[in-house]
Design a protein around this ligand. Structure first.
Ligand code: M6R
Length: 591
């Protein structure tokens, strides 16, 4: 979702800001823009499309000036249009603002501004900010004082950066509920929604909390509280960063990330035994354990719930993060909340975790991206170690999450080392699954690419894999797909099965095989085209995706692979870019 970055220093700002935006491109966006201050003038360029497209049309990286702010927008309020792209300006063209978050009371503010004579040029919630600043500056306030004055009027959550040609030596930033990292270097000072936006020479961070603001000048970065008092903070070394990720010869990041999975299993299993033992003890001792997550991470959590019960004999619940608030009454200091989030930035997860923390719960986060908001509010953090995942559709982070849950469940029975050994062996089975099936699934995708509805069924530990397979198909191939426990099919969805409707049946040769097969036969009797993901052949399959035989608790790490490949090949054979699905963002920073 929206990415913001500002630079103030000796260098020409626009190319630095542009490269910063490129580094946060993975978050997902639909338009982009940059504003700079040069010779006491405000210069703004913006447009719709990918950064390189907007740059070649508008010359984003060629704007002069040593102070610049840049933005990639993921539309929330107002369509994907040039006027709605950031930066947004005031009536006089003196103030420019970029923003990540949502101003919930923007309609009310907008009406007040219009009745006071302001001309509003966009449909966005953001645009109220530069106009409010304009009013404050007209009263004689400095840019910093103007931001301080308007911040309490903004309901919702935000991280924004503002510049004004009246004060052409600074950038003023403020945050409430959305991330804003402040970076320090010899070449200048930075603020961004994501420290990964900073160039490599930024080696130090200044921590900025909610309701605080930052003023960047050529001389430094100063932090202030909501009353405008100067804050003294120790700098933190910027230790973790992700290297440049490229496609390494693959056509799409998604395929590259699927192919990386044998290695990913090993990297995710390289964990600290003491940390896992401590967390496992906390889980076992807790009065209740809740796992919260969204999307793919939630499906990993559902596998985790199963493992906790089967291995650790500890029941826990999985609450969709966007619904967590409605169950928050039951959270107390005897609760352990595990928050699972690849990005560590998902607004729904962050909100639930904050609420749980306020109620006294212990927070354990399972995160991939370093330096995230979630990291800051957790008691313990487990990293997935799978490196940058740039395709919007999660693949390798999901596998890593499964590895972490497997290790946690075995840590509950004091068998961390055994779990690590089991996982070492599974890495080659993941490779085999890819090698045996990639070409075959590509052929299948051509056969099925015109189908509009897919169903995915499984039982037990693999049920969540059926849902994950369906989610992958929906988000990148734009096919209507549903995943469900195989036993549920006959309770309604079976009515939708028509001749040749594809039904993917995940039926490893384990204790669920016979019952899952019975459900597949019921679907077949209604004409379904059965695509089986199994290590055991059966005459009822129309298409068999063969997988290796593994321990029953490890099947999810294997059965998900063909479903990722199927979604990928379906997307490509239908002519879509799997890395950048329409309407979706990698980091979902709005509620
Ligand atoms: O970064 P998170 O793991 O918190 O993201 C959660 C979901 O937004 C994410 O898994 C989403 O469902 C993916 N696009 C699925 O591929």
């Amino acid at each position: 979702m929206c990415g913001i970055i500002g630079y103030c220093g000796r260098e020409i700002a626009a190319p630095i800001v542009f490269q910063g935006l490129k580094r946060v491109e993975y978050r997902g966006y639909d338009s982009a823009g940059i504003a700079t201050l040069s010779d006491r003038s405000l210069l703004v360029k913006k447009g719709v499309g990918k950064l390189d497209e907007v740059n070649s049309q508008k010359g984003l990286d060629a704007i002069p000036g040593n102070i610049g702010i840049g933005h990639t927008r993921w539309a929330t309020h107002g369509g994907v249009t040039e006027p709605n792209a950031h930066p947004h300006c005031d009536c006089s063209g003196e103030v420019a603002v970029i923003h990540n978050g949502i101003i919930e009371n923007y309609q009310e503010l907008r009406e007040q501004l219009i009745s006071n004579g302001h001309r509003i040029a966009s449909e966005t919630d953001t645009e109220v900010i530069p106009h409010l600043i304009e009013d404050e500056m007209k009263k004689g306030n400095s840019l910093k004082a103007a931001v301080l004055a308007i911040a309490p009027r903004l309901e919702g959550y935000y991280a924004f950066l503002a510049i004004s040609s009246r004060e052409p030596d600074k950038i003023v930033g403020a945050r409430k509920g959305s991330p804003l990292a402040v970076g320090i270097s010899d070449q200048g000072f930075f603020a961004a929604s994501d420290a990964l936006a900073f160039p490599d020479y930024v080696t130090e961070l200044l921590p900025l909390d909610d309701h605080e603001m930052v003023v960047l000048t050529h001389h430094g970065a100063e932090l202030f509280d909501a009353a405008g008092n100067r804050l003294q903070r120790d700098k933190r070394r910027l230790t973790s960063r992700w290297g440049e990720a490229n496609k390494q010869g693959y056509r799409f990041f998604m395929l590259k990330e699927i192919m990386e999975q044998p290695r990913v299993v090993e990297d995710a299993a390289a964990q600290n035994k003491e940390l896992f033992t401590d967390i496992a003890l906390d889980i076992l001792r807790a009065g209740q354990v809740i796992i919260t997550a969204c999307g793919t991470s939630r499906y990993a959590a559902l596998v985790g719930r199963y493992l906790f019960s089967k291995v650790g004999r500890k029941f826990c619940d999985v609450v969709m993060a966007s619904e967590f608030h409605y169950f928050a009454d039951s959270v107390d200091k005897d609760t352990v909340v595990l928050a699972v989030s690849q990005s560590g930035e998902t607004a729904d997860v962050i909100e639930g975790v904050k609420e749980a923390k306020a109620a006294g719960a212990k927070i354990v986060s399972i995160i991939n991206r370093p330096m995230s908001l979630l990291e800051d509010i957790s008691n313990h953090v487990i990293y997935l170690n799978c490196g940058p995942e740039l395709c919007v559709a999660a693949t390798k982070s999901f596998l890593s999450q499964l590895v972490v849950f497997y290790l946690l469940s075995f840590s509950m029975i004091n068998a961390f080392d055994k779990a690590v050994n089991n996982l070492k062996r599974i890495s080659s089975e993941v490779s085999k699954t890819i090698d045996w099936n990639n070409d075959k699934i590509e052929r299948l995708s051509h056969e099925l690419k015109t189908k509009n509805d897919f169903y995915y069924i499984a039982r037990g530990i693999n049920f969540a894999i059926a849902s994950e397979g369906a989610l992958k198909a929906k988000e990148i191939s734009y096919i209507h797909a549903e995943g469900m426990p195989a036993g549920e099919l006959k309770h309604g969805t079976l009515a939708l099965i028509e001749p040749l409707t594809p039904v993917a049946v995940i039926c490893p040769d384990d204790y669920t095989y016979n019952e899952t097969l019975s459900n597949a036969i019921e679907a077949k009797a209604r004409g379904a085209y059965i695509v089986a993901i199994s290590d055991r052949d059966n005459e009822i399959y129309d298409f068999w995706i063969e997988i290796p035989k593994v321990d029953e608790l490890l099947y999810p790490l294997i059965t998900v692979i063909p479903l990722q490949l199927l979604a990928y090949h379906l997307a490509v054979s239908r002519g879509y870019d799997p890395d950048r699905p329409r309407n979706l963002a990698k980091s979902v920073t709005v509620k």
